[in-house]
Design a binder for this molecule. Structure first.
Ligand code: PLP
Length: 377
């Protein structure tokens, strides 16, 4: 199998799985138990939290574990809108956020919130000025992702944070950094956002564990899950110790020679652009800066057919984001592409393990698809 869908999820290195197995079988104490074995689990969780916080460049006490990036995104909204309930009911976001944000915004509209969704430019970019222009005195929250999961565009979160101080200092800022963490510079301190969402399974960790950074301007975060007092009382439920251990191990492994890994992914992406653009009419969609994501289109060849054909050849790519399961994605729609181009968008995404030979195989399979299948549009 050739796996070119690292933005959907990533392979788990053996060391991560082994660490999780060790924790499940040898360190299974409940961190809330008062005896020494439980307290040992508490110390381990503290250590894992410290390791992940160091990678995100934030204080460990400001990083809270969740079950996934989607949960982190939703909690940021809950906490921000609670703190700013007297500021107003206006939210600024983009039309190209992950569905975790877009769906939450749809809910909120039913509850009386007004949502401004910014469209990207044709190259996929959204300048900070446009975000700041949309902010009003009643804007409770701005939510702009760090890296777009389909185009790889990097959004100017730090610039937005700086501008918000002038525009409306009460407005809180969330960034979904699920595709940015350990892929592009992603320091909570430097970004200056009040909330930063991350997820383990995009960087070689297990599925089912994420985290939310909550900054100092959030005075008393609205608990996501009231209950037994875990995560400082803000997100109760017995800590998923093995998942957290796997997350921390994945972070530590990914950080080893990180610059080389990122440079490798960027080289692979450049190589893929070179090879794929040899296919007649193939278009590169947006020109994101993240090293691991590349969307292309063969106008006239619908993406789902392309994905199925490559799948039959043992090659995994996706039609836009995995979360849309075959439906045209909101990102493709927001880019306002010509209809045949939009219908043909497929995403290839890379990891430190991806090789040029795998790109060659994908390029040949795409070319074969174009040569052997009739265009349908
Ligand atoms: N945000 C972005 C940008 C994503 O790409 C994803 C996953 O694809 C998520 C959030 C959701 O993360 P999780 O799968 O951990 O819920």
């Amino acid at each position: 199998m050739i796996y070119l869908d690292h933005a959907a999820t990533t392979p788990v290195p053996r060391e991560v799985a082994e660490e999780m197995y060790r924790v499940l079988t040898e360190e299974y104490g409940n961190p809330s138990s008062q005896y020494a074995y439980g307290q040992q689990a508490r110390r381990l969780v503290d250590g894992w939290r410290a390791g992940i916080s160091e990678a995100l460049d934030c204080e460990p006490g400001r990083l809270f574990f969740t079950s996934c990036g989607t949960e982190s995104d939703n909690w940021a909204f809950t906490a921000a809108l609670w703190q700013n309930r007297r500021v107003g009911k206006h939210i600024v976001t983009t039309a190209v956020e992950h569905s975790a944000i877009l769906e939450r915004c749809r809910w909120l509209e039913q509850e009386g919130y007004e949502v401004t969704r910014l469209l990207p430019d044709h190259d996929g970019g959204i300048p900070a000025e446009r975000v700041l222009e949309a902010v009003r005195p009643d804007t409770a929250l701005v939510s702009v992702m760090l890296v777009n999961n389909e185009t790889g565009n990097v959004y100017p979160v730090a610039e937005i944070a700086a501008g918000l101080k002038e525009k409306n200092e009460k407005t809180l800022l969330h960034t979904d950094a699920v595709q940015g963490f350990l892929k592009v510079p992603c320091s909570a301190r430097a970004l200056g956002a009040d909330f930063v969402s991350i997820s383990a399974h995009k960087i070689g960790g297990p599925k089912g564990i994420g985290a939310l950074y909550i900054g100092g301007r959030v005075r008393s975060p609205r608990p996501l899950l009231p209950g037994g007092g875990q995560e400082s009382g803000f997100r109760a439920g017995t800590e998923a110790t093995a998942q957290i251990a796997g997350f921390a191990k994945a972070v530590a492994l990914r950080r080893e020679h990180l610059e080389e890994k990122l440079a490798h992914m960027a080289r692979i992406r450049a190589y893929a652009i070179e090879k794929l653009t040899e296919i007649p009419d193939l278009q590169i969609i947006a020109k994101g800066q993240a090293p691991h994501i590349l969307s292309v289109s063969m106008p006239g060849w619908p993406s789902q057919n392309v994905v199925n054909d490559l799948s039959a050849a043992g090659i995994c790519i996706s039609a836009g984001s995995a979360c849309h399961q075959g439906k045209p994605s909101q990102v493709t729609a927001a880019l306002r592409l010509e209809k045949r181009t939009a219908a043909g968008v497929v995403r290839l995404s890379f990891g430190p393990e991806t090789t040029e030979a795998e790109i060659d195989a994908a390029a040949s399979a795409l070319r074969r698809h174009r040569e052997t299948r009739f265009p349908m549009l």
